[in-house]
Design a protein around this ligand. Structure first.
Ligand code: SF4
Length: 348
């Protein structure tokens, strides 16, 4: 729903529909022809932001999405990938530029193993995303913020830009943190960050209403599947691939976790939750846990130092999914079975 904006009025969004033929614009400290760059996370806030810009007749110069891993090594929730074509089509229909995709690439030699995504990074270094330690979101800065900044510098040099981010009214703290990440002497130091949803007084419910008013489905949560921000009900809805990814990452990091227990920080591990809820078979999880939490790294990693950690990780995930589990309905409900004993269970 719309609420009173808490922002001071130094920056305003002007709707060009009320002018003659002029486009809408951002009125602030930078010239009116300043490039307008949207950081698009493909979540509820980001999509609502684009729809509100269209409503205001403000056409961005670029819409940039950072992929946390790409191709077979994507780390984001399945919803993220399913929503991309929907969003792309809408952008074409309203005459907005297409999404520009960026991603992290290693720039120096890896200390342990090379990696292509945050999950591979965690496996290689036997750690978890920084958000699990509740210190900061440096995982997001490294895999999203810094890559979007890099692209903006490549496209516009040191020219100051308006940087639009979809933080709603419930995310005032995030907005403050995000703005302070820019290096003071870096090429993006003169960019001006604008949070249109906050200027428009929109909270999360208001963003959902905005999306519905454009006849678009809600994109839902767009985070990495192993993000600490995932709620129990989000875990319940994950596919087995994502569940195994969580188990392996959490197990492999255990040896270095002194202050937290797992991806959710101090509380229950996501793996424990997965077992408690029966989302994966407990015996197999225990086997995988023992293998990946052992002091010595598994041979898949040690014997293949030439390939990226992501490849080993996703191969293991696929192996677990393929070689193991599917549900079999029995008289007593559902039972996990593997391909060797399923016939036996069905005959029961
Ligand atoms: S979604 Fe979560 S885990 Fe992924 S980069 Fe962002 S904060 Fe880190």
């Amino acid at each position: 729903m719309r609420q009173l904006s808490l922002f001071p009025p130094e920056i305003t969004l002007r709707n060009g529909h009320f002018g003659k033929l002029s486009a809408g614009c951002i009125h602030g400290p930078l010239p009116e022809d300043t490039p307008v760059i949207v950081s698009n996370g493909v979540g509820v806030d980001s999509v609502a932001l684009l729809i509100e810009l269209h409503r205001l007749n403000i056409v961005p110069d670029a819409i940039v999405t950072a992929l946390v891993g790409r191709e077979w090594f994507g780390n984001e929730h399945g919803r993220f990938y399913e929503y991309l074509p929907i969003l792309e089509q809408w952008l074409t229909e309203v005459g907005f530029p297409p999404v520009t995709y960026v991603w992290y690439e290693m720039k120096r030699r890896a200390k342990y193993f090379a990696y292509w995504s945050l999950a591979g990074n965690c496996l290689a270094n036997r750690t978890l995303p920084s958000i699990s330690f509740w210190k900061n979101h440096s995982c997001s800065v490294k895999y999203k913020g810094a890559e979007i900044d890099r692209w903006v510098t490549k496209a516009y040099g040191e020219r100051p830009c308006y940087r639009l981010v979809g933080y709603d009214l419930s995310e005032q703290n995030r907005a403050t943190r995000f703005s302070t990440k820019t290096k003071r002497d870096g090429p993006r130091a003169c960019d001006v960050y604008v949070y249109p949803l906050q200027l428009l007084g929109l909270d999360r419910a208001g963003c959902e209403a905005t999306i519905a008013s454009a006849d678009l489905p809600s994109p839902g949560l767009s985070s990495c599947v192993f993000c600490a921000a995932m709620r129990p009900e989000d875990i319940d809805a994950l596919r087995p691939e994502a569940l195994w990814l969580i188990v392996i990452l959490e197990a492999h990091a255990q040896i270095n976790l002194k202050k937290i227990r797992g991806l959710w920080g101090h509380g229950e591990r996501m793996t424990e939750y997965i077992v408690r809820r029966g989302l994966l078979p407990a015996a197999l999880v225990a086997e995988v846990w023992a293998k990946w939490s052992a002091a010595e790294r598994p041979s898949e990693l040690l014997d293949h130092r030439e390939i990226a950690a992501d490849e080993v990780l996703f191969n293991e995930v696929n192996r677990m999914v393929a070689s193991s589990m599917f549900m079999v309905n029995t008289e007593n409900g559902c039972q996990w079975a593997d391909s060797n004993n399923v016939r036996h269970i069905i005959e029961l």
